[in-house]
Ligand binder design. Structure first.
Ligand code: TXA
Ligand code: MG
Length: 315
């Protein structure tokens, strides 16, 4: 298969849309990371996502919609979900909600669960595509299973963990400005729970709700988020965290200048946007990698979560 690189203009959007209607997979830009999209109502199309990524098992996928009104046709929007939707959509927030039985979503999307993860992305090209396509798009991050999430079309097509030749097209809208995946919130026994830290800080969500989230502190694997593999986002090189540099390593700095600085000024938003690109750049040096300490507040929680997964033992 020859993977097309499409531009995010009217012609590129309508070609991407036509491929998706034909049951193909297309990598699409979002403000967080590039997603590998397929028609969420078409089980064969969704199966092509797993095939292209080489995912070992069927984890539930996030479904992308053009607006919060469409969400209500697919899931039950209870009052707390409505508060979060009004505060953060479109944006880097995924809500896990009760699936409506008549939603018409392929069961492979939810891995047979009676809940579904939904997100209204803010990226203009993603929104234009969703409007043109006129339906729900299932889209996990557009990388081979277990590899670093892509924050540019070049990452999607990269020879190392990329999907060139395995997908129909990539809609190239340049680099993603958030750079880490969406924050996932679900409700367990009726209580809002942080299932995955991400692009919207947990503190901002707590402020909107007016109450604390249930968190799984110190345990990056939330038990109720199936598919949260401990080892994930893995570079080829070994990785040390909260580290001082040692000779022979590539050292990723924070709050200091350097060839591998996540942010010279210690800006966590900038560090999140650069994180996956920096891991690739450091990995390309072919030496073990160490990363300086990153504070755990705000987007630092998502950055540290991704780093812990990248450093986790692999088997
Ligand atoms: O920013 C993002 O969220 C990106 C972009 C492309 O939107 N997407 C993304 O999707 O990260 P993915 O498939 O890599 O992550 C999906 C995660 C899974 O790890 C799973 O644990 C959780 O969402 N999830 C999805 N549906 C769920 C459900 N019904 N219950 C619990 N967790 C769910
Ligand atoms: Mg992923």
């Amino acid at each position: 298969m020859q993977t097309l690189r499409l531009t995010p203009d009217a012609d590129g959007i309508s070609r991407a849309s036509a491929l998706l209607r034909a049951g193909q997979t297309v990598a699409i830009p979002t403000e967080t990371v590039y997603g590998l999209a397929a028609d969420a109502r078409n089980g064969d199309a969704v199966a092509r996502i797993y095939q292209a990524k080489g995912r070992p098992s069927f984890n539930p996928l996030i479904v992308h919609l053009p607006d919060a009104e469409t969400v209500a046709t697919i899931a039950e929007m209870h009052p707390q979900a409505q508060v979060l939707a009004r505060a953060f959509w479109p944006g880097a927030l995924t809500l896990v909600l009760p699936l409506r039985p008549d939603a018409g979503i392929a069961s492979l999307v939810t891995a047979g669960l009676d809940t579904i993860g939904l997100r209204v992305p803010a990226h203009p090209a993603a929104r234009a595509l969703l409007r043109d396509f006129g339906g729900p798009l299932a889209a996990p991050s557009a990388n081979a299973s277990g590899r670093i999430s892509p924050t540019s079309a070049d990452h999607v097509l990269s020879d190392d963990g990329g999907l060139n030749g395995r997908i129909a097209a990539v809609l190239d809208a340049g680099p993603c400005n958030v750079g880490v995946e969406s924050t996932i919130i679900g409700w367990i026994d009726g209580r809002a729970t942080l299932l995955r830290p991400g692009g919207i800080p947990a503190e901002a969500i707590e402020a909107a709700l007016g109450r604390p989230l249930i968190r799984h502190d110190g345990d990056p694997v939330a038990p109720s988020a199936p598919g949260q593999l401990t080892s994930h986002y893995a570079p080829n090189a070994a990785l040390r965290l909260n580290a001082q540099p040692r000779p022979g390593e590539t050292h990723i700095t924070f709050g200091r200048p350097g060839p591998f600085s996540l942010s010279e000024t210690g800006d966590l938003t900038q560090a999140a946007a650069r994180l996956f690109d920096m891991l690739r750049k450091a990995d390309a040096q072919g030496r073990p990698i160490s990363v300086a300490p990153i504070p755990e507040q705000g987007l630092g929680a998502a950055i540290n979560d991704r780093l812990r997964r990248a450093a986790a033992p692999r088997d």
